[in-house]
Design a protein around this ligand. Structure first.
Ligand code: ADP
Length: 362
């Protein structure tokens, strides 16, 4: 079978990865992002294991094994990926799985990789199959097979690369193929943060943003941050803006509460979109079970937004359960929405998933 040529004259420097965030927020994000792994709050077990792998690589003078980080957005995957090269004192290149459409898009990153350096690919589950397969020999033997020319004149050139480390981040480890997953020597899953950890992050970041905050306010912002540092940072920035323009520049409990209420954030930290999701399942689909695509269509939202950004925390907060028949509200969700569960409501924890389980409730 003729292979697609993957190299042409235009293949030069790595394409720019354009972030879809406004420049001021990006600058602040950089300022708030911990620079060293030691400065990261929480995720202690992941930190310990990565530190051991990094120290061992330094002692042996070898590149770190490839690392896969998975977990919902905003929990620190990129932060780990930017701290690890600092710990190893090597350079870092950043790419996104969504922009690597063909092997030729990945090639410049691989050829530019310095000995022992890090290549971070965010959203690695979005890599097309052809790019993924192109990466296998690069990960395993630090070489790539390049097809030059087309048709009968096509020839394959084997090119060696300098040994490097790939750090992949994904919100959907389930979507990674087994051969790709197996090529990562270190695989870590990031969990949601406790309120104490988020309070600590809020206090530290308030100091970085040079705003005064008391403990009660830091705890309030933390408890409304869905277990996620990125959300905590966003809430803190909003409360800071509110304190600057409507109060005397200090964050007190009263200021924090009023500012969060103005954003429509409730005591569990759910925002308008989260509640719309729950209300849609309740009103339109009678509490479920319902497929996530149907909810997404009704809300006029992308399914990925729901599965990646909205659902992980709602599932963890046990407001929704996922079963083979779809999403279903729990009794806690009914109570949260101020609605009494229907009389025949069975706790979602007892959601029957097959005929045998069904009998348990008869
Ligand atoms: P992800 O890549 O998982 O989506 P990021 O690494 O970009 O998440 O984290 C989002 C923001 O949250 C970072 O800019 C950083 O300010 C903050 N953050 C994440 N993890 C931590 C942590 N462990 N300690 C302190 N701040 C953190």
């Amino acid at each position: 079978m003729a292979r697609e040529p993957i190299l042409s004259a235009e293949d030069t420097a790595p394409p720019e990865v354009a972030p879809a965030i406004d420049p001021q927020q990006r600058e602040e994000d950089v300022a708030l992002r911990p620079k060293r792994m030691e400065d990261m709050v929480g995720q202690r077990e992941v930190y310990e294991r990565l530190k051991i792998a990094v120290d061992a690589a330094l002692i042996r003078g070898e590149p770190l094994g490839h690392v896969l980080l998975d977990g919902p957005p905003g929990l620190g995957k990129t932060t780990f990926a930017t701290c690890i090269p600092r710990a190893l004192d090597v350079s870092l290149q950043i790419a996104s799985g969504a922009t690597l459409a063909a092997p030729k898009d990945l090639l410049p990153y691989l050829t530019n990789a310095e000995e022992g350096s890090i290549l971070f690919i965010d959203e690695i589950h979005r890599l097309p199959k052809a790019v993924e397969e192109f990466m296998y020999p690069a990960m395993e033997d630090f070489r790539v097979d390049i097809t030059l020319g087309e048709g009968v004149s096509a020839r394959t050139v084997n090119m060696s690369l300098r040994p490097f480390t790939l750090i992949g981040a994904t919100t959907r480890s389930g979507m990674l193929s087994a051969p790709l997953r197996d090529r990562f020597q270190v695989r870590e899953h990031l969990e949601f943060y406790s309120e104490d950890e988020l309070s600590e992050i809020v206090r530290r970041n308030a100091a970085k943003l040079r705003i005064e905050i008391d403990d009660a306010s830091a705890e309030k912002i933390a408890s409304c941050s869905r277990g996620t540092p990125r959300v905590a940072n966003n809430r803190l920035r909003w409360v800071r803006d509110y304190a600057t323009s409507r109060a005397d520049g200090k964050i007190t409990l009263d200021v924090a509460q009023t500012a969060l209420k103005m954003l429509g954030i409730d005591h569990m930290g759910l925002d308008v979109q989260d509640r719309k999701y729950l209300e849609t399942i309740l009103r339109v689909f009678h509490g479920g079970p319902v497929g996530v695509e149907a909810v997404a269509h009704t809300l006029n939202t992308a399914t990925d937004t729901l599965t990646d950004e909205v659902e992980p925390f709602l599932l963890r907060a046990e407001l929704v359960v996922r079963s083979p028949r779809g999403r279903k509200l729990t009794a806690a969700a009914y109570h949260h929405l101020g609605v009494t569960p229907p009389v025949d409501f069975r706790s979602a924890f007892a959601e029957p998933i097959d005929a045998e389980q069904e009998r348990l409730f008869e």
